[in-house]
Design a binder for this molecule. Structure first.
Ligand code: NI
Length: 280
């Protein structure tokens, strides 16, 4: 299995008790992973891990929109409370120069829930301003971006469309929209703008059948696979902690939907990730 989990968080506390074992079985399976930072501490940790396992573990660094405000996050299965952080360009620029850093991410727009005591307009304005700063960071270091987009229940495409607007405004399209859960029309806009789309184990969930026509639609040279571990474990492990090995279930689902061999999906998505993140 030569898969690349293009988005996981082995740099998060969920692995603090058995990290070495998780990494070992990932590497034993012939896999490589991209550990994605969400704030200064987890970005630094992703960089440290990339230095420890060169050519196997890579790092993406950024400030996630949820960390712009102090808020309670009901993340699927693992709730947590975020600390408020202000984006520090110098700090992240220094990290971006470190070996093994292959992307700026995850960052983007998250409209899922406006924190209590914060005005919606302020909430959105701050996110867009911070996204712009991180696009600048990606441009300065010639790195692709991993985009996090989460919509509100009331306006299920808005955060996607506004993320695209911000990126189009500055003419940047070297990015992947991770964990895609929007509709087909929005997916077409993302692809037309030149972005990649990556899918998580959500496409294997019995209650997410509406995503399957999108999986079917996305061309094979524009798709990547990811787990978003420790979140979103696929059905055999649903409710448990996810890990990079389970990215195989995502590849299997894509193969099933597109009528391909799993090996074809592995080969193509791995090739896409190598090219997108310049892994070789
Ligand atoms: Ni993530």
């Amino acid at each position: 299995m030569d898969l690349i989990d293009t988005h996981c968080h082995l740099n998060f506390n969920a692995y603090k008790d058995d990290l070495d074992a998780v990494i070992q079985r990932t590497l034993d399976a012939g896999m490589r992973v991209i550990n994605v930072g969400s704030q200064s501490s987890t970005s630094q940790r992703a960089v440290d891990m990339a230095k420890q396992y060169p050519g196997k573990l890579f790092a993406a660094i950024a400030l996630h929109p949820l960390h712009l405000f102090e808020t309670y996050v009901d993340e699927v299965e693992i709730p947590f409370k975020t600390r408020e952080e202000v984006f520090d360009p110098a700090y992240y620029s220094n990290l971006a120069k470190q070996p093994g850093v292959v992307a700026i991410g995850e960052c983007g727009l998250d409209y899922y829930r406006v924190p209590e005591g914060v005005e919606e307009a302020v909430f959105i304005k701050k996110q867009k301003a911070t996204l712009l700063q991180q696009i600048q960071l990606a441009q300065d270091h010639d790195l692709p971006m991993i985009l996090h987009v989460r919509t509100s229940k009331e306006e299920p495409q808005r955060a996607y469309l506004e993320t695209l607007d911000v990126l189009k405004h500055v003419g940047f399209n070297n990015g992947v929209v991770h964990c895609y859960t929007g509709d087909l029309e929005t997916a077409k806009k993302i692809l037309d703008a030149g972005f990649m789309i990556s899918f998580t184990g959500i496409i294997t969930f019995p209650n997410a059948k509406e995503l399957l026509p999108i999986v079917q639609y996305v061309p094979m040279d524009r798709v990547m696979v990811e787990t978003d571990s420790p979140y979103l474990a696929p059905p055999p492990y649903r409710g448990k902690r996810n890990e990079p090995l389970y990215v195989q279930y995502v590849a299997q689902k894509i193969a099933e939907v597109k009528g391909l061999q799993v090996s074809e999906v592995e080969e193509q998505t791995t090739g896409n990730a190598e090219k997108f993140f310049s892994l070789k």
